[in-house]
Design a protein around this ligand. Structure first.
Ligand SMILES: [Fe+2]
Length: 406
């Protein structure tokens, strides 16, 4: 730190009060110029969560260095890792990213952001093999209403998930400069709430929704400038797959927001599902539902998902898919070719973490359960079994069910 303001902060002289006033003003300015904590802090991954961890944080625009010290809990020696930072468009912030690699699976780690105070944060790497039950959370449509988002997030964090999957529609900023402040509010809430009961940070896996994109439907990732700037994954071309050890793959897709459903994404999806034959848990995650609970069944994106992706899901043994966007809770019957089938896919959604609710159309024959409730889905992987529990922002469990192994 510059020594000049520090010296000015000891103004013990006998001159006039107005001089003291000037000095105190200088002290105040100096204190406000010191960045003592990140403006936002969150974790994600772009490689195996058993051995890596991506740390993102925000600072003001002047703090360009991205340096972390980290260690496994119990180790005495800090290790250093550096990454990158880049300006966040239309904001006075920079987004920082460091990827920690070569970590031990299933291990508590601690880290600190160099130059941003002495706060020590903690995270836990995921296991490399599924030797014990593993719980994670899935939800979407987050901060339409701050109070609801906050209440729901506290409930989710209290259930101690290993991570949270977010299926799009984060801050409802719509890629617009006049709404980008909504992202600041979102991270304020996230940082106040999304900690496990033991204090460790709960990592997230991001997917995109229409409210990340200018006009709701863009031509490329450039039309979702705030979203892609904030997350290492998924990066270009806007979708991706994350493999957890030897047991779980999350296939993160874009339902026509910054990337088209038809074409390269569908070709890529077929390749990725084929390459993961035999993995016990492969779950697609995307925003617009194939089987909507509220909006029209023949909506453009819904129809395209059913035409182009659902046959691939069915061919490659997917049994559980996560959908969002309709602002209600829904679970379908197991479906194959649109009909109930014991070996079908259960579609769970429909995105109501913290938004205004909509009434589901209970007459739709593919719906097994539906309700206008804020909720997040808690998934427990127990060997080949998938146990699902749906919890509301009031803490009520409104659905429990299991999905058979592939
Ligand atoms: Fe949406």
């Amino acid at each position: 730190m510059n020594s000049t303001p520090t010296a000015a902060c000891s103004p013990f002289d006998s001159r006039a009060i107005r001089v003291l006033g000037v000095v105190f003003a200088l002290c105040s300015a100096a204190a406000s110029a010191v960045v003592a904590a990140p403006l936002a802090l969150y974790l994600t991954w772009q490689n195996d969560p058993a051995t890596t961890q991506v740390v993102h944080w925000h600072t003001d625009a002047s703090a360009a260095d991205s340096l972390i010290e980290y260690r496994a809990v119990g180790d005495t020696r800090w290790l250093a890792a550096t990454g990158w930072s880049r300006p966040w468009p239309d904001t006075p912030r920079r987004v920082h990213m460091v990827e920690l690699r070569g970590l031990s699976p299933g291990t508590d780690h601690e880290f600190r952001l160099v130059g941003l105070g002495e706060t020590i944060e903690r995270f836990r790497t995921l296991p490399a093999t599924l030797d014990a039950p593993l719980r994670f959370a899935v939800g979407g449509d987050l901060m339409g209403r701050r109070a609801a988002f906050e209440q729901m997030s506290r409930v989710v964090a209290g259930r101690d998930p290993a991570f949270a999957v977010v299926g799009g529609d984060w801050a409802y900023a719509d890629g617009l400069p006049e709404k980008v402040h909504r992202w600041f509010d979102l991270w304020d809430v996230w940082n106040q709430t999304m900690r496990a009961p033991d204090g460790r940070l709960i990592p997230l896996v991001a997917a995109i929704g229409n409210h990340e994109v200018r006009g709701g439907r863009g031509a490329s990732t450039r039309d979702a400038p705030y979203y892609y700037r904030q997350f290492a994954f998924p990066a270009e071309p806007g979708y991706g797959v994350l493999d957890f050890g030897d047991y779980l793959s999350l296939v993160i897709l874009d339902t026509d927001h910054a990337t088209r459903i038809v074409g390269a994404q569908t070709t890529w999806l077929a390749q990725q599902l084929s390459a993961r034959a035999g993995r016990p848990h492969v779950f697609p995650v995307y925003h617009v539902p194939a089987y909507p609970s509220v909006r029209p069944f023949e909506g453009r994106a819904s129809a395209a998902v059913r035409e182009h992706w659902v046959p691939l899901f069915e061919r490659h043994g997917v049994r559980l898919a996560f959908e969002h966007h309709d602002h209600a809770y829904k679970r379908t019957h197991p479906l194959r070719a649109g009909e109930s089938s014991a070996d079908g896919i259960v579609y769970v959604g429909d995105g109501a973490w913290g938004v205004g609710l909509r009434e589901p159309d209970l007459a739709r024959p593919y719906l097994a359960r539906a309700a206008a409730r804020h909720h997040v889905v808690l998934v427990t992987l127990d060997g080949p079994r998938r146990l699902l529990e749906v919890v509301t922002k009031e803490g009520d469990v409104i659905d429990t069910f299991s999905v058979p192994a592939d």
